[in-house]
Design a protein around this ligand. Structure first.
Ligand code: ADP
Ligand code: ZN
Ligand code: ZN
Length: 754
């Protein structure tokens, strides 16, 4: 029984103050747990103030005589703070971080600055007035700035103020002058939400079909009956999952509870948000990465004050401080972005389940291609599974054909477009239907290497090859290092040095050359960097301003283009050759999701998958969109080799600038782990073995001048892993070492960039 509690007495949000130790009096033992709000005496005058319990222990760090006792438990804490603190404790315990880091993840950072207002410059002049002004200013040498801005606005009638100021170098007086002439207007836009004010608010008219209705009702009934197990909806792309979410949220809100909807950032499109907005209007708040910290904080404050009922956003929306949370929905639950890449490396799905448990709400997961892990849990009965087999609009799933690229080579076709794909592209261009070409890489092309000696040009700070970009620069995608393209091989001096592989820029060039009649748009990490970048590209494509959209995986997410009848996947293999155990799963997901983009409208769609390994099960079953069969294969493979979800896995990453010190420390911790494993195994029966792999070099042995080593642990019992993590954390607290950083990774999703 814990006798002492760490209590945080002031959540200033600026920084979380250090906790104070208090005695838990015997009569309160039963009621106090992590996250409890309590009254404690504080300071010289023993003023009674409230605080939150963030930790419990049997031994006190301070002398017992110095400690005061907790006075009482706050009966009904109305704020969401208690839940959030308990959640922080859960994150700290399960993923490895300090309580402080966990609290900072969970509590919104308060910025004292006023919310930053986003400003936009838009064109108000009509076409003729604009042309006259351009004509006039092009004759006047002192008006180059005015001319520059007008020419930009001619192309893009609305521009963010920062771009105008920083990229076009237009000063304020110039703007004022143009505004006075009534050529432009300066607008303030609070956030995405306000953009909808300009739209007409329409009535929401969709009625669920029987299949959708059955699922929505069952989920709701289970909740009413106290079955709080998470639900997993597996429904083919376009089967109407989003409508089910909307229906459930509606029910939740009618009970005066609130909802959180997680969507991968990239799928957080205007289209999706608009559907929610049409139904729920002003009661929605959208969080996205383009908001400033202050704006984000504002949105979360609204949640706390009960001014909104629904928050939609990427994983950080999980921490919306709703006082009475009813449901958390995670759309596209298989997405890698739901894992936090920074410490604490929490997994959104698990944290969502804990958050829902704390507030007695429930979780709904949805995907066309659930993660093997979630589907496994559904099979085990931990989640309730629902299937949606048909598209809601009655549209049929597209025809998918696999093209073996080896046959193309044999037939003398060295281009990246196979004969079959070429035929279909020409057909669609003729019919004025749209095409999506998908490639799993960004950049002009990939790495640069010497054809004479084979040397690849590497980043001097990281153990990865540099990527060539069209601006003639070589770039490191890990640390941002940039240098000019080399002319000769640094190793042998040969001039035969060049790029290999295919990137989106290169594809776009070839497509433009091959189909000069077609208008193309490209969407990848480079073209979407600016504010609203992917919105603009997607809406241009949706408005049929282009025939062909070329892009990386970001184009396969949740978008609905009714006029797209052909999807070409140029090289389906690329994602197969990643070194981690999830490569096949990710390939299958990409192919299924990409194929799902075709034929969303009335016309039937066709999909061409080009590959060098047509016999691979991920490619073959992805083409068939056969999730169940894929899952069966994949699970037997994981069983055979001992990978999650059949077994639990923990990766421990050690990083240090000094290689010798790294090796030393790694060995030290390795011994510690081995001792702990032996002790645990001795203490019980021989089953539940813990397996250790390493220490060994990480897949990438150096990033940002820091050398990296890994130790992997596999265990049947999850608590064995957290126990070893705790052992290491305690050891590092007792033997601090500033040089080395140790990071725990419990999910081993392995979604590395590159
Ligand atoms: P998912 O989320 O599974 O991809 P959506 O909910 O986006 O599917 O639905 C796909 C399309 O079908 C959308 O355009 C949606 O408006 C439409 N739709 C979904 N359910 C219905 C329904 N019951 N009646 C009419 N249209 C529907
Ligand atoms: Zn060389
Ligand atoms: Zn680098």
């Amino acid at each position: 029984m814990s006798k002492y509690a760490d209590v945080i007495v002031d959540i200033s949000h600026e920084k979380v103050d250090r906790p104070f130790e208090y005695i838990i009096p015997a009569h309160l033992e039963e009621q106090i747990h992590c996250g409890s709000q309590v009254f404690v005496p504080f300071g010289r005058g023993n003023k009674q103030i409230s605080g939150f319990v963030i930790g419990m222990k049997e031994q006190a760090d301070f002398a017992k005589e110095q400690l005061k006792s907790i006075l009482s438990v706050v009966e009904k804490s109305t704020s969401a703070d208690g839940d959030m603190i308990a959640l922080a404790y859960y994150i700290k315990t399960n993923y490895g971080s300090t309580m402080n880091q966990a609290l900072k993840t969970v509590l919104p950072v308060k910025k004292s600055a006023d919310p930053v207002q986003e400003k936009y410059i838009s064109l108000t002049a009509d076409e003729r007035t604009l042309q006259e002004a351009i004509e006039k200013y092009s004759k006047d040498k002192r008006s180059v700035a005015k001319l520059r801005l007008l020419q930009e606005l001619e192309k893009e009638s609305i521009l963010p103020y920062e771009i105008v100021r920083d990229k076009l170098n237009i000063a304020r007086p110039t703007l004022s002058a143009l505004e006075k002439e009534q050529l432009i207007r300066i607008d303030i836009k609070e956030n995405l939400r306000d953009a909808f004010h300009m739209k007409d608010k329409q009535e929401y008219t969709i009625t669920l079909n029987p299949e959708q209705k059955r699922i929505a009702e069952d989920i709701w009934n289970r909740y009413q009956n106290g079955d709080l197990r998470p639900s997993l909806i597996r429904g083919v792309t376009g089967s109407g999952k989003t409508e089910i979410y909307i229906d459930i949220i509606d029910k939740v809100i009618k009970e005066k509870k609130q909802a959180i909807v997680l969507i991968p950032e990239i799928a957080l499109t205007f289209q999706t948000v608009l559907r929610f907005y049409k139904k729920f209007g002003e009661r929605i708040s959208v969080i996205h990465s383009k908001l400033t910290q202050a704006q984000k904080h504002d949105q979360l404050e609204k949640a706390k004050r009960g001014q909104v009922d629904i928050i939609i956003g990427p994983r950080s929306a999980l921490f919306s401080p709703f006082p009475n949370l009813g449901v958390i929905i995670i759309d596209e639950e298989h997405e890698g972005t739901y894992k936090n890449e920074n410490v604490p490396r929490y997994i959104s799905r698990e944290v969502a389940i804990e958050r829902a448990r704390l507030s007695r709400g429930f979780v709904v997961l949805g995907s066309a291609t659930p993660s093997v892990e979630s589907f496994y849990k559904a099979e085990q009965g931990e989640y309730q599974l629902y299937n949606l087999e048909h598209r809601a609009t009655g549209a049929s799933l597209p025809d998918v054909q696999i093209v073996d690229l080896r046959d193309e080579l044999n037939a003398g076709n060295r281009s990246m477009v196979s004969r079959k794909l070429d035929e279909l592209i020409l057909d669609r261009l003729e019919k004025k239907e749209q095409i999506i070409l998908f490639i799993n890489r960004r950049g002009y092309s990939s790495f640069v290497s010497c054809r004479n000696c084979g040397t690849a040009i590497k980043c001097p700070h990281c153990d990865v090859s540099l990527k060539y970009h069209r601006n003639g620069k070589l770039m490191c995608h890990y640390c941002g290092y940039e240098t000019s393209m080399v002319k000769t091989c640094p190793s042998c001096g040969s001039k035969y040095i060049g790029t290999f592989g295919t990137g989106t820029q290169k594809v776009e060039e070839e497509i433009n050359k091959r189909y000069p009649q077609a208008v193309t748009l490209r969407m990848d990490a480079d073209t979407t960097k600016k504010k609203q970048g992917h919105e603009e590209i997607l809406s241009a494509f949706a408005n049929q301003e282009a025939d062909i959209l070329i892009g990386t995986q970001m184009i396969v997410k949740g978008h609905d283009f009714p006029n797209v009848t052909l999807v070409g996947i140029l090289a389906a293999d690329l994602s197969l050759y990643n070194s981690d155990y999830m490569a096949a799963e990710r390939t299958f997901q990409l192919l299924t999701q990409a194929a799902g983009r075709a034929g969303r409208g009335a016309k039937k769609g066709e999909v061409i998958i080009q590959t060098y390994s047509p016999e691979n099960y991920a490619v073959r079953l992805g083409a068939e969109q056969n999730y169940k069969e894929f899952y069966k294969y994949e699970l037997s493979y994981r069983k055979l080799l001992g990978y999650p979800p059949v077994i639990n896995m923990l990766g421990i990453l050690f990083a240090c600038e000094n290689e010798t010190h790294l090796t030393q420390k790694c060995n030290e911790i390795n011994l510690l782990i081995e001792r702990r494993i032996r002790a645990k195994e001795a203490a019980r029966a021989a089953q539940n073995k813990i397996q250790k792999i390493g220490p060994s070099e990480d897949v990438i042995a150096k990033i940002n001048d820091k050398y990296r080593k890994m130790i992997y642990l596999k265990a049947e019992d999850y608590s064995d892993l957290t126990d070893i993590k705790d052992t290491i954390e305690t050891y590092m607290e007792e033997n601090p070492d500033k040089q080395i950083s140790i990071t725990f990774d419990f999910s081993m999703m392995g979604n590395r960039k590159g």
